[in-house]
Design a protein around this ligand. Structure first.
Ligand code: PGA
Length: 240
């Protein structure tokens, strides 16, 4: 496990974008799993700049995403598919046919099977980007999750629902379930970077890095991965 401590959100975003740009420059057909949430937005802004300045070519990159809310169609303003298009995909030269998402609408059992099949077809992914929840979750794998899990249906915890309520008009509008890559599918990637910024993430970062390997902190599963880099700012690193 490599830990890169940086000063602030901007430095975290710069470092993370640089790593992905290096990856895609070395291998244009890289398979990359993206994360949603506030944390990677700065990284995505840097990727857009680099793409617009022709410093990197994303046209052959294949994209995947960690998770999606159940019940939100892709065009819903808060769906993760919509988020990715707005924050990144629509502003870089990614080929729309190379974009893969788990679907949160329709037959969920079938969707889970389909996404596991997609991941298996491209296994192992080259590069995965993760955020971390204040409770240590990665993607929507909440405390107590199964470390052997693949893509699955998840009941969100109250903590996660409350944390995500900031994006919805009413907390009752926040979906209570999600489809999410499991810990086993996430760990299958060749390289993983986890980004964290701010004091609110300090305990989760401590538990993930210094705490025991336990399902109580899903991110602690990363301790057994051979190529994981935590890129964390001073506040997120403050308890280490
Ligand atoms: P955030 O979410 O980036 O919005 O803090 C991270 C997460 O919950 O995984």
């Amino acid at each position: 496990m490599q830990i890169i401590k940086v000063k602030n959100y901007q430095e975290m975003s710069d470092k993370a974008a640089k790593l992905l740009i290096e990856q895609v420059s070395l291998k244009p057909t890289s398979t990359v799993c993206f994360a949603t949430g506030s944390t990677p937005i700065g990284m995505y802004k840097n990727l857009i700049l680099a793409s617009n300045n022709n410093q990197v070519d994303f046209s052959k990159m294949l994209t995947f995403n960690l998770d999606e809310y159940i019940g939100l169609a892709p065009e819903h303003s808060q769906s993760y598919q919509n988020f990715m298009h707005k924050q990144l995909f629509d502003q870089i030269n990614v080929n729309s046919q190379n974009i893969h998402f788990p679907s949160g609408v329709g037959d969920i059992t079938q969707n889970i099977e389909n996404y596991n099949q997609v991941l298996e077809n491209y296994s192992p992914l080259d590069f995965t980007i993760l955020g971390i929840g204040t409770n240590g979750h990665i993607a929507f794998n909440e405390p107590g999750c199964d470390f052997e899990s693949q893509t699955q249906l998840i009941d969100l915890t109250n903590e996660t629902i409350q944390s995500n309520a900031r994006f919805f008009d009413d907390i009752n509008d926040v979906p209570k379930q999600a489809i999410s890559m499991g810990i086993k599918s996430i760990l299958n990637a060749k390289q993983i970077i986890l980004l964290a910024s701010g004091k609110a993430k300090a305990q989760a970062i401590y538990d993930a890095i210094k705490g025991p390997y336990t399902t109580k902190c899903p991110a602690s599963a990363l301790q057994v991965h051979g190529n994981v880099t935590f890129i964390i700012d001073e506040e997120a690193a403050s308890l280490l």
